[in-house]
Design a protein around this ligand. Structure first.
Ligand code: ADP
Ligand code: ADP
Length: 228
C-alpha cells in the first residue's frame, strides 16, 4: 500500500452551452496515509466525482498535482483501483473472468489469475458465484463483484465513487460491513466518495467535507471501529 497526496488540485470545465467556465474543484489538498481510509462527503455538484476522476487519471487537472507513494502520477495506472457507482462488469465474462481481468491485462497467466480471482472471491464470500454471468446476479451481488475485481488487481490505492448508492438499504449495510472486513484484512489506502454522512463515518478513519469545490472540514473519526 502507498500514500496518496493531492496538492492544490483544480479543475475548470468549459460549458459550451452557456459559453462560460465552471470551476468544479477550486484548490483541494488532501493527504491520505498508507492504509488510511478517508471518506469525502458533500452535496451533489460539490466536485466529488471530478476529484476522483482526476485522481484515477481519467480526467486531466487544470492545476495541482497527485502523487502515489511520493511519485507524481498522470493518466490511469494499475496502482489505483477504481470502483464505480454502476457495476461496470463485462457482461460476456463470468464472474471469475471479470475478477481476473486486471491480472490478465498485466499478463498474469490464466491458472495464476484464476487462483487470484478465487482467493478474492472467497474473501468476499462469493466463491459460489464464480461461474455465473453478471446478468444472473442481483445488483448488490454485481457490486460486490465490482469491489472484488478492483481489489484483485492489488492496487496501492482504492478509489470508490458512491459504490453502494444504487443498492437497497439492507444490501448497502451488508456491503459496508463486508468492505470493512476486507479493509481490515488488506489495509488498502482508500479514498471513498459518498453523499451519505452516516456511511462516510461508519467506514472511515477521517471524513473530509467538501463544499463548492473546496475542503471545508477534515475530521478524524475518533470512535472505535465497529466489530463486523
Ligand atoms: P459531485 O460528484 O459532487 O456531484 P461533480 O464533480 O460531478 O460533483 O460536479 C462538480 C461541478 O462540475 C458541477 O457544477 C457540475 O455541474 C460540473 N461538471 C461536472 N462535469 C462537467 C463537465 N463534463 N462539463 C462541465 N461541467 C461539469
Ligand atoms: P477471456 O480470454 O478472458 O476468455 P476475451 O477478452 O478473449 O476473454 O473475450 C471472451 C469472449 O468475449 C470472446 O468470445 C470475445 O469475442 C468476446 N468479447 C471480447 N471483447 C468483447 C467486446 N468488447 N464486446 C463483445 N464481446 C467481446
Amino acid at each position: 500500500m502507498k500514500s496518496l497526496e493531492i496538492r492544490n488540485l483544480q479543475k475548470t470545465y468549459f460549458d459550451p452551452y452557456a459559453g462560460t467556465k465552471v470551476t468544479a474543484v477550486q484548490d483541494v489538498s488532501l493527504d491520505i496515509r498508507e492504509g488510511e481510509f478517508v471518506s469525502v462527503v458533500g452535496p451533489s455538484g460539490c466536485g466529488k466525482t471530478t476529484i476522483l476522476n482526476m485522481v484515477a487519471g481519467f480526467l486531466p487537472a487544470t492545476g495541482g498535482e497527485i502523487r502515489v507513494g511520493g511519485r507524481p502520477v498522470k493518466g490511469p495506472g494499475a496502482d489505483r483501483g477504481v470502483v464505480f457507482q454502476s457495476f461496470a462488469l463485462f457482461p460476456w465474462k463470468t464472474v471469475l473472468d471479470n475478477v481476473g481481468f486486471g491480472p490478465k491485462m498485466r499478463g498474469v497467466p490464466k491458472a495464476e489469475r484464476d487462483r487470484i480471482a478465487r482467493e478474492y472471491l472467497a474473501l468476499a464470500g462469493l466463491s459460489h458465484a464464480a461461474d455465473r454471468y453478471p446478468n444472473e446476479l442481483s445488483g448488490g451481488m454485481q457490486q460486490r463483484v465490482g469491489v472484488v475485481r478492483a481489489l484483485a488487481n492489488d492496487p496501492d490505492v482504492l478509489l470508490m465513487d458512491e459504490p453502494f448508492a444504487s443498492v437497497d438499504a439492507q444490501t448497502r449495510m451488508t456491503l459496508q460491513e463486508e468492505l470493512t472486513r476486507i479493509w481490515q484484512e488488506k489495509q488498502h489506502t482508500v479514498l471513498f466518495i459518498t453523499h451519505d454522512v452516516g456511511e462516510a463515518v461508519f467506514l472511515a478513519d477521517r471524513v473530509v467535507v467538501l463544499s463548492k469545490g473546496r475542503v471545508m472540514r477534515d475530521i478524524p473519526v475518533t470512535l472505535p471501529r465497529p466489530r463486523v
